[in-house]
Each structure stands twice: as C-alpha cells, then as structure tokens.
Write a protein that binds this ligand. Structure first.
Ligand SMILES: [Zn+2]
Ligand SMILES: [Zn+2]
Length: 275
C-alpha cells in the first residue's frame, strides 16, 4: 500500500515538474526567430514573411523594421540586448511596421508617413494596438541623418521608388547596407505608391556614390547577408523591364490589387510591374 502511495507521489511530482518546465519555457513570441549574423547584427525572421534587424553598438541598439508584429517585438529585441533602443522603418509597408506598436517612437521618412498611416488603419494593426493601449509617435528621418550607437554609425540615404519615402541605412563600420524592399530579390513596383520604373532607376543610379562603403546588403525579406553586387543586379533587372528585354516571356502576376506582370532577370532578381 505504501509503495502505491510512493509511486503516485512520484508520478504527481513528475507531472508538476514537467508543468513547471513547460510554463518556464513559454514565450510571448512564437513566430519570430532570431539569429546572429555577425558580432553586432542579429536577424529577426518573422515567419518567412518579413525580416527585421537588430544592430547593437556600445551605447545603443537600433531596430531596423518591426515586421508584422505578430509577436511582441520589444520582448524579442530584449532577448538580444538590454541597451536603449531606437527603431527605424525602411519604409511604410505593413510587413515592416506593425511591430512599431511595441515601441514608443519610430523613425520614418516623411514621405512614407501617409502610407504607414493607411496601414495603421487596417484591422490587424488595430488588434495589436488594442491589446497594447498606447500610441507610437513617428519621428522624421531622411538623408544625411546619422545615428551614433557607440562604435557603430548608421547613416540614412533616400531611395524612393518602391515607396516615396524608402530609405537605405548604411552601417559604416560593419560595411552593411540595409535596404528594406528598395533593393531586394523580388521588388514590387506595381503598387499605386510606386514611382515609375524610370524614376526608380535614376534613384538607384544616384545611390552609386556610396557603393564603395558596403560589402553586404541586408534587405527586408532576406535570410542572411547578400553580396553588395545585388545593387547592380537589382538595377540591371529594373533596366531590363524599362527596355522591355524579353517582355513577351514575362508572366502574369496576381496580387491583392489585381493582375500585373513579373520579370525575372538572368541574375535571379524579379521585378513586378504594371505593363
Ligand atoms: Zn514594401
Ligand atoms: Zn516587404
């Protein structure tokens, strides 16, 4: 009889220990995976839908894009650093800004505030905000601004095209350019807020003056470092669409706004556009 009591007691003890273990492992986030890319840079992968970054200096850290905000991005960032944090949006699209809700203020280019404002009106964001019960202030940033993180300087460069207020962020010490969706492998240029491809090409060409200042590109949907030559590949793909290179082989592309076209360059860069 005593043996049975001991066995039941041990069984209950095991159940309690397992429960305690499971509860201690519970997180406030489930879909954002954090991985370290270099000494100072972490990648946040939001369910393979969008990518954000944490750049950690000696005095401050910067969060570059906050993705869909399905998880508490502030808590995700706190798993990497306890330093004061500044948040910068590469542009105003929903897949890069909804996690703003977890912070007090966010830097964005003034020409993308309207786009972000419209995105904030959608039900998904209202739901996130309802739970947090606080407002996020936008602060303005644009070309020429520098953010000193202590040993790391982030510099802002304008790259309008994908959106009017798209920016690139240069990490001068790590020689990395953060490009959001303005330079990537699958660029949407069919949206109402996109510029003409010709204007985008001119804006891309202009950015050539910082081409020798970075070796890597981290864009808004990357899984890791891309070589800096993605800049030239991206520009070449845009030029191909302008020049209608192999346009007859471009496939239809369906998105939430309708049907347009997609062009794949020989360098594996896709540009989505209105024919
Ligand atoms: Zn975008
Ligand atoms: Zn995006």
């Amino acid at each position: 009889m005593n043996n049975i009591k001991i066995i039941i007691g041990l069984f209950l003890l095991c159940v309690i220990l397992i429960l305690l273990f499971v509860l201690s492992r519970r997180r406030d986030y489930t879909s954002v995976e954090v991985s370290k890319l270099s000494d100072n840079i972490w990648l946040m992968n939001d369910n393979d839908d969008a990518t954000g970054y944490i750049v950690v200096g000696k005095d401050k850290a910067a969060v570059i894009d906050t993705m869909y905000g399905r998880d508490n991005i502030y808590k995700v960032v706190r798993t990497v650093t306890a330093l004061p944090v500044i948040v910068i949006n590469t542009h105003g699209h929903i897949d890069h800004i909804y996690g703003n809700a977890y912070f007090d203020e966010v830097y964005i280019h003034p020409d993308d505030i309207n786009i972000a404002g419209i995105a904030y009106g959608y039900p998904q964001y209202m739901e996130i905000k309802r739970n947090l019960k606080k407002d996020v202030a936008f602060k303005i940033t644009k070309e020429g601004d520098r953010f000193d993180l202590g040993g790391i300087t982030l510099e802002i460069y304008d790259l309008p095209g994908h959106t009017p207020g798209g920016i690139c962020i240069l990490d001068r010490e790590d020689r990395v350019l953060f490009t959001g969706d303005s330079i990537n492998r699958h660029c949407w240029m069919q949206l109402n807020e996109c510029s003409s491809l010709e204007d985008f090409y001119i804006a891309l060409q202009r950015l050539n003056f910082i081409r020798n200042d970075y070796d890597y590109i981290l864009h808004g949907h990357a899984k890791g470092f891309e070589d800096a030559s993605l800049y030239e590949k991206h520009m070449a793909a845009v030029k191909e669409v302008i020049d209608k290179v192999n346009a007859d082989t471009d496939q239809d592309y369906t998105y939430f706004g309708g049907i347009c076209k997609i062009h794949y360059s020989s360098d594996d860069v896709a540009v989505v556009y209105n024919p």
